[in-house]
Design a protein around this ligand. Structure first.
Ligand code: FAD
Length: 383
């Protein structure tokens, strides 16, 4: 019998394997991964200095340990080149592998805008454990970092690097912290929290170029308003895009992510997708809670009991201890308004629809304590 093949060894891939093995101990499973296959929790990458953890300390298991624990084969450093869904075959650089079912757990790619300058190749992004190891090594003996992007990843790194003793510049063209997730009053609270650690914001301009500093050893980031920011390193935290190319090339239906129904089934027979690469009935949710729900449902489906995934309330905790944040964004394009109560950095913002029903919230500072109460009031995202 051909194995179940899982492409990806991130939280989506490994949790699917873990949940599946609770139900089926025998069916052969092969995990293929382009990276080194160590099991780690990606959210920990942006708390490395605060928790004082090197890349090796963040790795919870080697691929050999995962293979033994779950009775699966893990093939590392394998970049899947394509899929032939008619032959039920994964195409590898010099080989191929036939599957009985295929799970795409491909994650998302970092996206950096086109930058000019002779040091563009030295801009870091941190999207897996190997990136993190390289970044930590490059930071050794350095003092300052310019971060491009003030979303979840940019703000978390700004807090963490400040905790590690680095001077941080943060560039955010949309003019405030977490602009896509928070209403203005909550963004301002996070901004003040990070400023209290010494983070310097450059709100408004875009990063245009990154050059080597002719007068020193570091880098110069040139902004669209003419500002030149000197720092030892530059970290891009601008955005993530679901990895859809393999699926698209194989003729699977894609939109922002790889399209699936509620059983995580793609448009091809016996091919499933979950995690950051997937768009599940219109939802692209690049967070841990949705992929865990997906892994549990998909494990049952793979074990022979087709099971739709349910998404309850999906709050996201943003790891900025200088100003704690919990947000449950309202559904995209829902008509409604934010009601904001603010007391210093303690902000409670409630998003109500036209009928006055609570549909989302953003909490900062002491107001994060309201999370559980509000979760009870919110409707499930996909019951
Ligand atoms: P990934 O972990 O990216 O795994 C993708 C896998 O696919 C990798 O193993 C890769 O090698 C493999 N792959 C891709 N293409 C190929 C190919 N062609 N061939 C072979 N293998 C391939 N979420 C939260 O809910 N809370 C948080 O606090 C939080 N903090 C975060 C902090 C940071 C710094 C980052 C970057 C993300 C954070 N997230 C957080 C998001 C969360 O970590 C992700 O949603 C989750 O880890 C995605 O898991 P995944 O398995 O879908 O993707």
């Amino acid at each position: 019998m051909n194995p179940i093949v899982v492409i990806g060894s991130g939280l989506a891939g490994f949790n699917t394997v873990k949940e599946f093995r609770k139900l089926d101990k025998e069916t052969p499973v092969v995990v293929l991964t382009a990276d080194d296959g160590r099991n780690y929790s990606k959210p920990m990458l942006s708390t490395g200095f605060t928790k004082d953890k090197t890349a090796d300390q963040l790795a919870m298991a080697t691929p050999e340990q995962v293979a033994e624990q779950f009775n699966v084969t893990v093939r590392t450093g394998v970049h899947v080149a394509g899929i032939d869904t008619d032959k039920q075959r994964v195409l590898l650089p010099d080989d191929h592998l036939d599957y009985s079912a295929l799970v795409l757990a491909l994650g998302a790619d970092t996206w950096t805008p086109p930058l000019e300058g002779d040091a563009v190749g030295e801009v870091f992004s941190v999207n897996d454990l190997m990136d993190y190891a390289r970044f930590r090594q490059a930071l050794d003996g350095k003092k300052s970092v310019t971060i491009l992007g003030g979303g979840l990843i940019g703000c978390e790194f700004a807090n963490d690097l400040s905790n590690g003793g680095f001077q941080v510049n943060l560039v955010e063209p949309l003019g405030r912290c977490l602009p896509m997730l928070l209403p203005e009053a909550a963004s301002a609270a996070v901004g003040r929290g990070l400023e209290s650690l010494g983070v310097t914001f450059h709100f408004g301009p875009l990063a245009k170029a990154v050059h080597h500093d002719r007068e020193g050893a570091g880098l110069v980031t040139e902004l669209s308003d003419g500002t030149h920011l000197k720092s030892d390193l530059v970290l891009s935290a601008i955005g993530l895009r679901p990895r859809i190319d393999i699926a698209k090339d194989a003729g699977l239906r894609t939109n922002r992510g790889i399209l699936t129904d509620r059983t995580l089934r793609t448009s091809a027979d016996n091919v499933y997708a979950l995690g950051d690469c997937a768009e599940v009935e219109g939802h692209v949710l690049p967070y841990v809670l949705p992929l865990m729900a997906g892994a549990r449902a998909l494990a049952k489906t793979l074990a022979g009991e087709p099971t739709p995934v349910s998404y309850g309330v999906m709050p996201v905790t943003i790891k900025t201890p200088a100003c704690p944040v919990v947000v449950c964004p309202p559904p995209e394009e829902l008509d409604g308004e934010w009601e904001v109560q603010a007391d210093g950095n303690d902000v409670q913002a409630l998003f109500r629809d036209k009928e006055g029903a609570l549909r989302g919230y953003a909490l900062t500072g002491e107001a994060v304590k309201e999370k559980l109460k509000l979760n009870k009031e919110l409707p499930a995202l996909m019951p």
